[in-house]
Design a binder for this molecule. Structure first.
Ligand code: ADP
Length: 631
């Protein structure tokens, strides 16, 4: 670039030397009496352009010497008069021209130095004259626009750059002439054909009379900045579109105040923020007030029944319930540096009281972003309702299953009650007979009536047990003696066992700890498993039909019950599926028994599973036992 900017001076230097020689020869050899030596002025002027300052002085000295030499050679030292005068005029002309040329050269050097300073800036700087033609083009302009200075000198700048002005040219020029300056954004085309956006500053230079002389134009490339800004605007637009159009409720919140308070707690040595807040409800409430809702989307307005954003922006406190437990946990998550926290809580709406929501808070990794925390929430009212409905259906099914076992139990019930009733009748008749004697034996009467009362009570207890089993009474947990409960179940199934010719083997460990649970529900589990075992052996002919029920304590403070039959067992595929609702292989089965048994056992904190007893199936369940009583 430097080589291109520095013109080749050698031809001018050669011309200066040749002209000097030519003038000298003409001056010396021709009889011309004119002031030929004045022509050395031309040599000085050319030298001023072609040589450095020293070169100019040397050239001028040479011209003076040649003038004097030619005079002496032509006229001799004794000649006075007009030739000598002409010689002095020539010498004076060369001297004055040299002085002026040196002065001009010095000025030009200063100007060139100043122009070089403009080369230091990265901005594209150029000067255009009153017609718009380029008179100066700095290095920044060469690099940015892609044209060397030599190529563009004299070109009309804004035609070359295909400048698109942001306003009417006349209006811009009027402002420039009025204020001497103009600033604005231009679109231009660089040498490679690429379109660029520049921030342009124009400064007007006037002549002594105030007329516009030139414009210094400084252009800064802002294409990339504009593109980044446009990308930012687009990103913001996309975020806004998600924020406004998503079907999830989004609340933009400012947690920076809360974070500052948490940092202060940390600095004061508090490690367990959740525990600290639990012990200082005032601080927890203050922090809750410090979190601010900044913006909400349309779904949030609907969720809270709010007419506009302003109804919800402000302190988060207004949206949460008095006893909300999730906020301190969210603070603890923030204090622990977690990126996400989610939970379920009740929020206060403006139109329908409290509403259950599932929410998630995304904490930005950079604490500076905590003034824009996004919280999303989903109304789970319907899900809750569906869950409740499902639980209701399950309870109904459990009830239906209990009623369905009524058929099985009717015979047992009749058998059970028949026996005490028969005893009541027999003992009543005996009492009558002892009373009707000539001398009534009141002792015998008393003994018979006592037996009547005892048998009546037994019948009443059996009826109460069956009623409890069939009603939809809510679970009533109590401490239960498992062996006693299994014994009762065995009694209820006595007739079923006899009818199917099944031998029952009870093996109930002594001193088993009690378990906590609902008597009727757990008894149903045992009865269901025993009935299934009895039914599984109906087809067995070649081996004894034996149903074993065992209960024993385990090391892990659980009590385990095993119900084992000698039927045909379960194939592996069925073993997987028997606990699924409505899986049955029986013609009149409901397939609910084992599903309900499993949910009952699990609700009591235990586990129910099946294994192969080869031949036969073994169902096992565990229940947590009271350790205290086990001791
Ligand atoms: P249901 O008795 O109405 O069929 P259950 O849920 O109690 O409903 O049992 C589901 C299925 O599991 C039964 O149909 C049967 O195929 C199988 N099953 C249950 N207990 C046994 C067992 N002791 N031996 C073999 N199969 C069994």
């Amino acid at each position: 670039m430097d080589a291109a900017r520095t013109p080749d001076r050698r031809p001018a230097q050669a011309a200066a030397i040749l002209i000097a020689l030519g003038v000298f020869l003409v001056d010396t050899l021709t009889p011309l009496e004119g002031a030929v030596a004045v022509l050395y002025v031309v040599v000085v002027l050319i030298a001023a352009r072609a040589f450095s300052r020293r070169g100019v002085i040397l050239a001028a000295g040479l011209c003076l010497a040649l003038t004097a030499t030619a005079y002496l050679a032509s006229h001799g030292p004794a000649a006075f008069g007009s030739p000598l005068l002409r010689c002095f005029v020539s010498l004076a002309a060369v001297g004055i021209t040299t002085a002026l040329a040196l002065r001009h050269k010095a000025d030009a050097a200063v100007l060139a130095e100043q122009a070089r300073l403009l080369d230091l800036t990265h901005d594209a700087v150029f000067v255009r004259d009153a017609r718009g033609a380029i008179t100066f083009w700095n290095r920044g302009a060469e690099e940015f626009y892609g044209w060397p200075a030599a190529e563009v000198m004299g070109c009309v700048a804004h035609d070359l750059l295909r400048t698109v002005l942001p306003a009417e040219r006349d209006a811009i020029m009027a402002e420039l002439l009025r204020t001497g300056r103009w600033e604005g954004e231009l679109v231009q085309t660089v040498g490679a054909g690429r379109t660029v956006v520049v921030e342009s500053r124009w400064a007007l230079q006037r002549d002594a009379g105030g007329a516009a002389l030139a414009v210094l134009e400084t252009n800064t490339d802002v294409t990339e900045r504009k593109r980044t800004f446009a990308a930012l605007v687009e990103s913001e637009r996309r975020y806004r579109s998600i924020f406004d159009n998503t079907r999830v409720s989004i609340l933009q919140q400012d947690w920076s105040g809360a974070k500052a308070a948490l940092d202060a707690l940390r600095a004061a040595g508090v490690r367990d923020v959740a525990a600290h807040l639990a012990g200082d409800p005032d601080l927890a409430a203050r922090l809750r007030r410090s979190v601010r809702v900044v913006d909400v989307n349309a779904v949030t307005l609907r969720l809270f029944g709010a007419p506009d954003r302003h109804a919800l922006t402000g302190s988060l406190d207004a949206l949460l319930q008095e006893g909300d437990q999730t906020f301190p946990k969210a603070l603890a998550a923030l204090a622990d540096g977690e990126a996400f926290f989610e939970g379920e809580t009740l929020v206060r709406t403006l139109d329908r009281g409290t509403v259950p929501v599932l929410f998630g808070i995304g904490f930005p990794a950079d604490p500076a972003g905590l003034d824009c925390v996004l919280v999303h929430a989903i109304d789970i009212t319907e899900r809750r309702q569906a869950q409740e409905a499902l639980l209701g259906v399950q309870a109904e099914l459990a009830h239906a299953a209990r009623v369905s076992t009524l058929g099985e139990l009717t015979a047992t019930l009749a058998h059970e009650i028949n026996q005490p009733l028969a005893a009541v009748v027999t003992n009543g008749e005996a009492a009558l007979r002892w009373m009707r004697r000539e001398v009534p034996d009141l002792d015998e009467v008393g003994a018979a009536v006592t037996r009547v009362v005892a048998n009546g009570n037994r019948a009443g207890a059996i009826v109460a047990r069956i009623r409890g089993f069939l009603t939809k009474a809510p679970p009533r947990p109590e401490w239960l003696d498992l062996p006693e409960m299994i014994g009762e179940a065995a009694q209820l199934l006595e007739r079923e066992l006899a009818r199917h010719d099944v031998t029952l083997r009870l093996s109930l460990a002594a001193g088993l700890p009690p378990v906590k649970g609902d008597r009727v529900q757990l008894q149903q589990v045992v009865i269901n498993l025993m009935l299934n075992g009895i039914q599984a052996m109906t087809a067995v002919r070649e081996r004894p039909r034996v149903l074993s029920v065992q209960a024993a304590g385990q090391e892990d403070a659980q009590v385990r019950v095993d119900v084992i039959d000698s039927g045909d067992g379960l194939d592996p595929e069925a073993a997987e599926r028997v606990f699924q609702p409505f899986f049955t292989t029986k013609r009149d089965g409901m397939g609910m028994g084992l599903a309900i048994c499993r949910s009952t056992v699990e609700a009591h904190g235990g586990r129910l599973w099946v294994s192969d007893a080869g031949p036969g199936a073994a169902f096992h369940f565990t229940l947590p036992a009271s350790e205290a009583r086990a001791a």
